[in-house]
Write a protein that binds this ligand. Structure first.
Ligand code: ATP
Length: 236
């Protein structure tokens, strides 16, 4: 099986700060993969390199076999990113934001409308389609970020703390949606601070700390064999 993500000796420094310090990681196609680690571990830097927002300092990073820097045009329509921060155009109704995004990716206008309708229904905010982003509740904003990541029907969905700050009920609803996407074949890379989220969702988890991978295993194995110090810290 092809790897969705293949990383070898990846390094990134910001001046003196070594954000990634030799990361090796393979994410199999179709898997639900978790990236766990404390604040500042390098999770967002790792994601930003994958989607081409940050340039690596050294090493090799491939998505579906393509180099993330040299061949980024080959993969940008195949990756959907729901970032932690709400970097959304606030001057248009949310359905227009999604239609524009589809347009940037070369989706024809009529299909862009259909696709927008599909993703808004999928995340459960279709009735809010004429609302501006700022007028949505916090939970609806999280749903919108997921809808936007799905607009190109990506093969790899990257979710950076997708349920941060949402209540338990919405968290479970978002989980259902994400699990369903994975079961239909979408590879998922998820970062989270909630160990419960990783246990519930992920086949495999990498523990990242100070820019290094401490361990890769199923959530249960991590508990059993006690790569627990970082995980236990995250539980608290
Ligand atoms: P969090 O869980 O808090 O989001 P993280 O695991 O995503 O953290 P990163 O945001 O990747 O971690 O940060 C890794 C390290 O790189 C940190 O020490 C951070 O301060 C540093 N860093 C990140 N971006 C920059 C930047 N643009 N300039 C300088 N340092 C940066």
């Amino acid at each position: 099986m092809e790897s969705a993500i293949e990383i070898r000796d990846l390094r990134k420094s910001y001046g003196d700060v070594q954000a990634l310090d030799g990361v090796d990681l393979t994410v199999p196609e179709g898997s639900f993969f978790g990236l766990l680690g404390p604040n500042g571990a390098g999770k967002t830097t790792f994601i930003n390199i994958l989607v081409g927002l940050v340039r690596k300092t050294d090493g090799d990073a491939r998505v579906f076999g393509y180099d993330v820097e040299d061949d980024y045009r080959e993969v940008r329509d195949r990756i959907g990113l729901a970032p932690q921060e709400f970097n959304v155009d606030r001057f248009f109704p949310i359905h227009e934001v999604l239609e524009h995004k589809a347009g940037y990716h070369g989706i024809p206008r009529e299909r862009a409308r259909e696709r927008t309708e599909e993703v808004l229904k999928r995340v459960g905010i279709y009735d809010k389609r004429d609302t501006r982003f700022d007028w949505l509740s916090g939970g609806m904003k999280r749903r919108f970020m997921l809808a936007r990541a799905l607009i190109t029907e990506p093969d790899l969905l990257i979710l950076d703390e997708p349920t941060a700050g949402v209540d338990v009920q919405l968290r479970h609803e978002l989980w259902e949606t994400i699990i369903d996407l994975n079961q239909r074949g979408t590879t998922i890379l998820l970062t989270t601070h909630y160990i419960e989220e990783a246990e519930r969702l992920c086949d495999e988890v990498a523990i990242l700390d100070s820019g290094r991978v401490l361990d890769v295993a199923s959530p249960e194995e991590l508990m059993d064999r006690g790569t627990d110090d970082v995980v236990v810290q995250l539980r608290e």
